[in-house]
Unconditional design. Structure first.
Length: 191
């Protein structure tokens, strides 16, 4: 009888330890999303809600975009950057905005069609949003606060490391193949 009691006690303690371990792992998973990525946005193509926490642990390049801008051709370079470094952990996130010169007047379907049909954009894009001013989306509000710099024009870029730290901001004239930008991405990927 004592032996049976011991076996049941050991089994019960093992069950409790496994349950506690599982609960701890669950708690870590739910808290591992960095604050800067702890947002939901609608996907450009179909407006389904997307949780940016899915990019936790990745190096993230956040770019505000526009279809009718002198920098619009950067879509091609951003897609190339995403394709080259995505297997190593980079994700480019595009946020169309009409904040600068009214250069993104279209609706979400028009923007999605333009991006894919003109530049073959496959990196994640989200519905049109504001990246400055009183209507700034919460992600860009945090990026602005972290860097002390607001986007000055379309194709302004912010780099976030794997831990959710905002590493740097880059002006619109910084192209996706800029040596400093690429070096910063590679450094963040190596960490």
């Amino acid at each position: 009888m004592r032996r049976l009691f011991r076996i049941l006690t050991i089994a019960t303690l093992g069950f409790i330890a496994n349950t506690a371990s599982t609960l701890n792992a669950f708690a870590e998973d739910t808290t591992s999303c960095p604050a800067v990525l702890n947002h939901k946005f609608k996907r450009l193509q179909d407006e389904s809600a997307q949780d940016l926490c899915q990019y936790s642990g990745k190096v993230t390049l956040v770019v505000n975009t526009a279809s009718y801008c002198g920098f619009t051709s950067q879509y091609e370079g951003l897609e190339a950057l995403h394709a080259k470094y995505n297997p190593k952990g980079l994700v480019v996130l595009g946020f169309p905005s009409n904040d600068f010169g009214q250069q993104e007047p279209g609706n979400d379907k028009q923007i999605a069609d333009f991006c894919f049909n003109t530049y073959g954009v496959k990196f994640p894009m989200f519905t049109k949003t504001s990246v400055k001013g009183k209507d700034v989306n919460p992600l860009h509000a945090q990026l602005i606060q972290a860097t002390g710099t607001t986007p000055k024009w379309n194709f302004y870029k912010y780099l976030i490391d794997r831990k959710g730290n905002v590493v740097a901001a880059y002006s619109s004239v910084t192209t996706p193949d800029d040596k400093k930008l690429v070096a910063d991405i590679e450094k963040a990927l190596a960490q």
